[in-house]
Ligand binder design. Structure first.
Ligand code: NDP
Ligand code: GDR
Length: 337
């Protein structure tokens, strides 16, 4: 039986990856901060909360990481833990650098020292591309991050490549574009939209308050993306791969995709911070823009080229953005029933 360790197991991807590995017959170990140790609600929603072995784990503590890896020897180590909310990274830039950047080298250096045979996955991100350099973005696109989060993830990405090249570790970096699900954190824009629209469809009158509706994201389904992570670690040679759908959608259009299955037909008015949307059927305002949610620097356009993953890993996404929006909106609507 293969053994795997997942950091960030209490998060969205951690839950889907734990389920995938358990279904494949792995013994799954998960790391969570002591404060979050009992936060297994996402694992519970996938029916696997009792099947994972939990360990107290914090990316900011070198000795904690060393002891964990000394005591739990695994075949595959997936580093999914991070301060993952871009908007918050301007509030805690030093913490972001510590956890998302130095946290990665803490793991890699421990692996190099005591478990160099363990295969390693790093959760890199399309946020590293930041300011548009080319379209679509691939493994060779120049990195130009636009947030403390993006900058910290660039360090994590490069140190993963460096430890592979310096010490021969089987260390792969997955450059994943946005991926969502009904388990997505409530602050991220897709879930904020689907929860807000579900609330309105159930009769609430307060509109969903959003920021920049013009940003465009390449959105896929988290369940598809964790399969790509696993495939990377099954290759003879470690490498870096983009996972993306190749389709980009403005925030405004995601709102419309999520509203339709809830019976709403949106009409947009105004521009910038004046922009609103009303439901033609009820005349009610459902979306309002507020300057409060704009970021100090924005990533305007993400669209990924996953050709390498398709050719080398046999990976392709199964869920398109409309189906994803519908899945999330219905799940949030049902949860309020
Ligand atoms: P989540 O925010 O849902 O989960 C993040 C996880 O990291 C949580 O389990 C959180 O634990 C844990 N964590 C945070 N800080 C620490 C710390 N100091 N020590 C240990 N654990 C910590 O993120 P996702 O599941 O969406 O994303 C997984 C990874 O993939 C992240 O690294 C993210 O940056 C990256 N990524 C995500 C993409 C996406 O679209 N979802 C796209 C590209 C990359 P707690 O429960 O305690 O908060
Ligand atoms: P992102 O996701 O920053 O791409 O990072 P998020 O959903 O937070 O933002 C996407 C875009 O929507 C715009 N936006 C809003 N965002 C939020 N959160 N709330 C709002 O009200 C709002 N209004 C408009 C943002 O400005 C942005 O342009 C996610 C995270 O999962 C990262 O960890 C991951 O690395 C990247 O995806 C790929």
């Amino acid at each position: 039986m293969k053994k795997a360790f997942i950091t960030g197991i209490t998060g969205q991807d951690g839950a889907y990856l734990a389920k995938l590995l358990l279904d494949k017959g792995y013994e799954v170990h998960g790391g969570a901060r002591w404060i979050s140790h009992e936060q297994k609600s996402r694992l519970a929603r996938l029916g696997v909360a009792d099947a994972v072995h939990m360990h107290e784990f914090d990316l900011s503590d070198m000795n904690n990481i060393f002891r964990t890896l000394r005591d739990v020897r695994v075949d595959e180590f997936y580093n999914l833990a991070a301060l993952s909310f871009v908007g918050a990274s301007w509030d805690v830039p030093v913490y972001s650098a510590d956890v998302n950047g130095q946290g990665v080298v803490r793991i890699l250096d421990t692996l190099r020292t005591i478990a160099p045979e363990t295969r390693f996955y790093q959760a890199s991100t399309s946020e590293m591309f930041g300011l548009v350099q080319e379209v679509p973005q691939s493994e060779t696109t120049r990195l130009y991050p636009r947030s403390p989060y993006g900058v910290s993830k660039v360090y994590g990405h490069h140190i993963t490549v460096n430890y592979r090249e310096s010490f021969g570790l089987h260390a792969s970096s997955g450059i994943l574009f946005n991926h969502e699900s009904p388990l997505r954190g409530k602050d991220f824009v897709t879930r904020k939209i689907t929860m807000g629209l579900a609330r309105i469809a159930r009769g609430d009158s307060a509109p969903v308050v959003l920021g920049n509706l013009n940003a465009q994201r390449d959105w896929g389904f988290a369940g598809d993306y964790v399969d790509g992570m696993w495939r990377m670690l099954q290759q003879d040679k470690a490498d870096d791969y983009v996972l993306a759908t190749g389709v980009t959608t403005a925030i405004r259009d995601f709102v419309a995709f999520a509203a339709a299955p809830l019976g709403m037909d949106l009409e947009w008015h105004g521009e910038g911070v004046e922009e609103t949307a009303t439901d033609r059927k009820t005349g009610r305002r459902v979306v309002q823009v507020s300057a409060e949610w704009f970021r100090p620097a924005e990533v305007d356009l993400l669209i990924g080229d996953a050709t390498k993953a398709r050719q080398k890993l046999g990976w392709s996404p199964k869920v398109d953005v409309r189906t994803l929006a519908e899945m999330m909106a219905k799940a949030d609507y049902d949860a309020l029933g």
